[in-house]
Design a protein around this ligand. Structure first.
Ligand SMILES: [Zn+2]
Length: 143
């Protein structure tokens, strides 16, 4: 998808590093990729050189389907950065993926007072101009 209203947020995209490269390349390819521990099976985000759950450094990257639920959220009424333009008010949500990791993002296309803790959401990857892609969420079908 290409929601042109999100394009100004491209300047906020993180710089690609050796550690986050596979995650960002996944988003650019339209996939949500997370680190997966081959020893204990845990998924994790943000990426690290070791598993957060066991001492293993044997991590691989796997695409996940991006389904989860809102764990917590706030509604932002103040413009803290010009890139947010006329998006106010908007939500900032912590989404707990079904695989376990919690992702900080926005739930798009819902009224601010419609976001609820526990609301089922799914990943929605948006390209931001020519700069890359970012992970957002949207209400899951039937939620
Ligand atoms: Zn592990």
């Amino acid at each position: 998808m290409a929601d042109e209203s999100l394009a100004p947020l491209a300047e906020l995209l993180p710089a690609q590093t050796e550690l986050n490269g596979p995650h960002l390349e996944g988003l650019a390819a339209g996939e949500l990729r997370l680190q997966h521990c081959t020893q204990c099976g845990a998924y994790q985000y943000p990426p690290e050189s070791f598993c957060f759950h066991c001492p293993s450094t044997d991590l691989e990257w796997k695409a996940v389907d991006g389904n989860g639920a809102v764990y917590s959220f706030i509604i932002v009424h103040q413009r803290y950065h010009p890139a947010f333009g006329d998006r106010l008010p908007y939500n900032v949500a912590v989404v707990e993926l079904d695989e376990g990791p919690r992702m900080l993002s926005n739930v798009l296309d819902v009224e601010p007072d419609a976001v609820e803790i526990g609301m089922r959401v799914r990943a929605r990857i948006e390209t931001l101009g020519d700069e890359g892609a970012a992970l957002f969420f949207e209400r899951a079908a039937g939620a």
